[in-house]
Design a protein around this ligand. Structure first.
Ligand code: NAP
Length: 246
C-alpha cells in the first residue's frame, strides 16, 4: 500500500480517458486505467506512465457487467486500501451490432451501478467526476444528429442519475463534478463524424474553436483531485451552447 491518491479512470485505454490518466499520473497520483477490450493499448499506457516516473495499473472490466465491476473495485481496494477519485469517462452506444437499449444500459445504468458499487470503496475527501458532452447535456434544448440522439439522451439520463446521488456522496464526504465538452478536436468520434459528414465538423469549427483532448482532459483531471465538497458543473468550449443560459 502507498500514500498516493488512487484514481480510477474508466474507459482510459484511449482518447480523453487516456490523456486524463497521463495528467493525473504526472501529478503523483496512482492511476487505475480501466479498459473493456483494448488490453495492449491500456498496457502500453501503463508502460508510458511508468517510463515517465508515474504509477499506473490497467484493469479490464466491462462496465455493463456487474461481476466485472465488483471484481475491479475489490482488486483496487485490496491493493490501495480504497479509491480517492472516480472518473466516469467510459461511454458507448455508437458501436455496430449492439441492441437498441445498449446506450441506456452503458451510459445510464452501468454508470449508476458503478457509482453505487464504488461508494463503500470511496475515501472521504474523494471526488466523482462524470464526463459528458454538450450534445448530451443540452439535448433538451439543441438538436443533435439523428444517429447520435440515443447516445445523447442516454448520457443526459446518466448525468441525471449521478446528480441524484449527490446527497449520498456528500454524506460520505465525497464531492461531485460534471464536466461537459463541445466536440473535442483529435478524438476518434470527431474523426468518424468528419469522415461521414465533413461539413458538419467544419461548420462547428467555423463557429467556435474546438477544445483539444489535452484541454478537456486537463479540466477533468483538475476536478478529479479536488478535495472540497462544492458540487461543480463545468463547460469546456462551445460558448454558443451557453449563450442565453445565464
Ligand atoms: N469525443 C468527443 O468529441 C467528446 C466530446 C465531449 C465529451 N466526450 C466524452 O468524453 C468521454 C470519452 O470520450 P472519447 O471520445 O475519448 O471516447 P472513446 O475514444 O470512444 O473511448 C471510449 C472508451 O470507453 C471504453 N468503453 C466503452 N465501453 C465500455 C464498457 N462497456 N466498459 C468499459 N469501458 C468501455 C473504451 O474501452 P475499450 O477501447 O477498451 O473498449 C474506450 O477506452 C465520453 O464520456 C464522451 O461522451 C467526448
Amino acid at each position: 500500500m502507498d500514500s498516493r491518491r488512487t484514481i480510477l479512470v474508466t474507459g482510459a485505454s484511449r482518447g480523453i480517458g487516456a490523456e486524463t490518466a497521463r495528467l493525473l499520473a504526472e501529478r503523483g497520483n496512482h492511476v487505475v486505467i480501466n479498459y473493456r477490450e483494448k488490453r495492449k493499448r491500456a498496457e502500453d499506457l501503463v508502460s508510458e506512465i511508468a517510463a515517465a516516473g508515474g504509477l499506473a495499473t490497467a484493469i479490464q472490466a466491462d462496465l455493463s457487467k456487474p461481476a466485472d465491476v465488483s471484481e475491479m473495485l475489490c482488486t483496487i481496494t485490496k491493493a490501495h486500501g480504497g479509491i480517492d477519485g472516480l472518473v466516469l469517462n467510459a461511454s458507448g452506444g455508437l458501436e455496430r451490432g449492439t441492441p437498441d437499449d445498449y446506450p441506456m444500459a452503458i451510459n445510464r445504468d452501468a454508470q449508476a451501478h458503478l457509482l453505487d458499487a464504488a461508494l463503500p470503496h470511496l475515501r472521504a475527501t474523494g471526488r466523482v467526476v462524470f464526463v459528458t458532452s454538450h450534445q448530451a447535456h443540452f439535448v433538451d434544448r439543441h438538436e443533435v444528429p439523428k444517429d447520435y440522439e440515443p447516445v445523447a439522451v442516454s448520457k443526459r439520463a446518466g448525468e441525471d442519475v449521478i446528480r441524484e446521488r449527490l446527497p449520498v456522496l456528500l454524506g460520505a464526504d465525497v464531492g461531485l463534478s460534471i464536466v461537459s465538452g463541445d466536440m473535442i478536436e483529435g478524438t476518434i468520434i470527431v474523426r468518424l463524424l468528419e469522415r461521414r459528414d465533413p461539413n458538419a465538423v467544419d461548420a462547428r469549427r467555423s463557429r467556435v474553436p474546438l477544445p483539444t483532448v489535452e484541454q478537456f482532459a486537463r479540466a477533468v483531471a483538475d476536478e478529479a483531485v479536488r478535495r472540497d465538497l462544492v458540487p461543480r458543473t463545468l463547460f469546456i468550449g462551445g460558448s454558443d451552447y451557453l449563450a442565453g443560459s445565464l
